[in-house]
Design a protein around this ligand. Structure first.
Ligand SMILES: NC(=O)c1ccc[n+]([C@@H]2O[C@H](COP(=O)([O-])OP(=O)(O)OC[C@H]3O[C@@H](n4cnc5c(N)ncnc54)[C@H](OP(=O)(O)O)[C@@H]3O)[C@@H](O)[C@H]2O)c1
Length: 336
C-alpha cells in the first residue's frame, strides 16, 4: 500500500522524536573522574542511565553525601579499599525515589522514597540516577528531606556498627566519642544518648554548645585540654582520629572495655598488654540497620546535621570543604 508523502514525513518525525525522547530519558548528569588527583578531576559528564540487575533498584538521586573516604579515593589513596577503576563515579550515600525495580522480589516499589549506603566496592552516588542493591536500601525517614537523609547512611551505619555491633554499648555505660561534632561523631553521640549511655566527646570549643545540644554530658576541647583530666575510666571509645589520641584512649579504658577505631590501629593498639578489646572496623551497607536508624530519626532521637550544600557542578568545592576536616555533621551534593 502506498501512503501519501506527507504521512511518511509525519511518521518519520514521530519516530525520530520518540527515539530522541527515549535517549534524553536515558542520559543523566554525573560527576565522573578520569584521573586520580586534586578536586578538579571531579567533572560533570553526560552518562547513560544504568539498568538495575535482578537484585537491584534504580533510584533518581536527589542528594548524595560527601564523605572523607570519597576524597581519599579521588586522590588515589584508597583504591585498594574501593577497587576504584577509571573512569569512576564517586559517592556512597544517596537519597532519592525508586524509578525501576529489578526482576527479583524487592521490598521496594516504583515511587518509594529511599536512602542507602552503596557498597564501598561500587560507589556511583554522585549522579542523577544510581543503582542500589535491595539489601543496601531503606525507606527514607518521612521527617527528613532528601538532603538530610543522604547525610545519614555511611556515618550512621559506622557509628551503629562500632558502638552496638562491636563494642556492645549498654545503658548506663560511659562512652568517649572523639571528633564528636563530625559526621560519624555527631550521629554516634545521638545513638549513644538513645541507648542511655553517659557521653564524653572531644571537639574544638566553638562546637561545645552544639555537642551539648545533641546530648553530650562532658565536652572537651582536644586542642587545649586533655580528655584524661575529665574522666578516669570509660567503657567504650569511638576513635575516628588514631595516633596518640588512640594510644591515650586505650589507657583510660576499664578492664574489659572496648576501643573501636574507624581509622586503623596503631602498633600500640595492636599490641596492647591491657585486658581490653581494641578493634578496627570498616563500615558495611545494611538496609535493616538503616531502617532502624530511619525510625530513630522519625521518632526524634537522631537529627541529621547538614552544614554545607553544593550543586553538582561544585563537586570540587565540596571535596575542598571535606578536606578541611572542620565540618560539623555532613556535606551534601544536591542533584535536583
Ligand atoms: N572505617 C570506616 O568504616 C569509616 C567510616 C566512616 C569514616 N571513617 C573515617 O573516620 C574519620 C572521621 O570521619 P567523619 O566523616 O566523622 O569526618 P569529618 O566529619 O570530616 O570530621 C570532622 C570533625 O573532625 C573533628 N576533628 C578533627 N581533628 C580532630 C582531633 N584531633 N580530635 C578531635 N576531633 C577532631 C573536627 O572537630 P572540630 O571542628 O570541633 O575541631 C570536625 O568536627 C575519617 O578519617 C573517615 O575517613 C572511617
Amino acid at each position: 500500500m502506498k501512503y501519501p508523502k506527507y504521512l511518511a514525513t509525519l511518521f518519520g518525525c514521530l519516530f525520530f522524536s520518540s527515539i530522541a525522547s527515549v535517549q534524553a530519558q536515558e542520559s543523566m548528569q554525573a560527576v565522573q573522574m578520569h584521573a586520580f588527583g586534586e578536586p578538579e578531576v571531579l567533572e560533570v559528564h553526560e552518562l547513560l542511565v544504568p539498568s538495575p540487575a535482578a537484585d537491584e533498584i534504580l533510584i533518581r538521586v536527589h542528594a548524595a553525601a560527601i564523605n572523607p573516604v570519597d576524597t581519599s579515593i579521588r586522590a588515589g589513596r584508597a583504591t585498594g579499599l574501593s577497587g576504584a577503576a577509571l573512569p569512576y563515579v564517586p559517592g556512597f550515600d544517596v537519597s532519592g525515589v525508586v524509578t525501576r525495580v529489578g526482576s527479583s522480589a524487592s521490598a521496594f516499589n516504583v515511587g518509594d522514597e529511599v536512602f542507602a549506603m552503596l557498597s564501598l566496592r561500587r560507589g556511583g552516588g554522585y549522579a542523577e540516577y544510581a543503582i542500589v542493591k535491595n539489601h543496601e536500601a531503606a525507606l527514607k525517614p518521612e521527617s527528613a528531606s532528601h538532603d538530610e537523609a543522604a547525610s545519614i547512611p555511611l556515618v550512621a551505619l559506622t557509628a551503629w556498627q562500632a558502638l552496638f555491633d562491636t563494642a556492645n554499648l549498654q545503658a548506663g555505660q560511659t562512652v568517649l566519642v572523639h571528633a564528636g561534632a563530625g559526621g560519624v561523631g555527631s550521629v554516634a553521640v545521638q545513638l549513644a544518648k538513645w541507648r542511655g549511655a553517659r557521653i564524653i566527646a572531644t571537639a574544638s570549643d566553638y562546637n561545645h554548645d552544639f555537642l551539648r545540644e545533641i546530648g553530650v554530658d562532658v565536652a572537651v576541647d582536644y586542642r587545649t585540654q586533655r580528655f584524661e583530666d575529665f574522666v578516669d575510666e570509660v567503657d567504650v571509645v569511638l576513635d575516628p582520629i588514631g595516633g596518640d589520641t588512640q594510644v591515650r584512649s586505650i589507657a583510660i579504658l576499664k578492664e574489659g572495655g572496648s576501643l573501636v577505631s574507624i581509622v586503623g590501629l596503631t602498633p600500640e593498639g595492636q599490641n596492647t598488654q591491657r585486658n581490653v578489646n581494641v578493634t578496627s572496623i570498616l563500615v558495611e551497607p545494611n538496609g535493616e540497620q538503616l531502617q532502624h536508624i530511619a525510625d530513630l530519626i522519625d521518632e526524634g532521637h537522631v537529627q541529621p546535621i547538614v552544614s554545607y550544600r553544593f550543586p553538582i557542578d561544585a563537586a570540587p568545592q565540596s571535596h575542598e570543604q571535606s578536606q578541611t576536616r572542620r565540618t560539623r555533621g555532613n556535606i551534601i551534593l544536591n542533584l535536583d
